[in-house]
Write a protein of this length. Structure first.
Length: 88
């Protein structure tokens, strides 16, 4: 689990990752990043003090819970029709 000790700086679009841009949206409580070439999900959740926690999952039997919207996602369901390269 990753935690920050101070609020992130306000990003600029040039050179910023999408995560940095998302975290600058003050009303955003959580966002989910999904891998497209392998099984993987990273859920970033805003905590008090503008810190973020990271919950990562990388197995089909794993689930990700987005508490702010009352949603539980199974990676098996997300990747059900995705053809993945066996070399990854």
């Amino acid at each position: 689990m990753w935690r920050c000790s101070h609020p992130p700086p306000k990003p600029t679009i040039a050179g910023a990752s999408s995560g940095t841009i998302y975290r600058a949206i003050e009303s955003l409580k959580a966002y989910l990043m999904l891998a497209s070439e392998l099984i993987g999900a990273e859920l970033f959740t805003r905590q008090p003090g503008n810190c973020w926690t990271l919950t990562a999952a990388s197995r089909l039997e794993d689930t990700i819970e987005i508490e702010s919207i009352g949603c539980r996602l199974k990676l098996a369901d997300i990747y059900e029709k995705v053809e993945l390269d066996a070399n990854h």
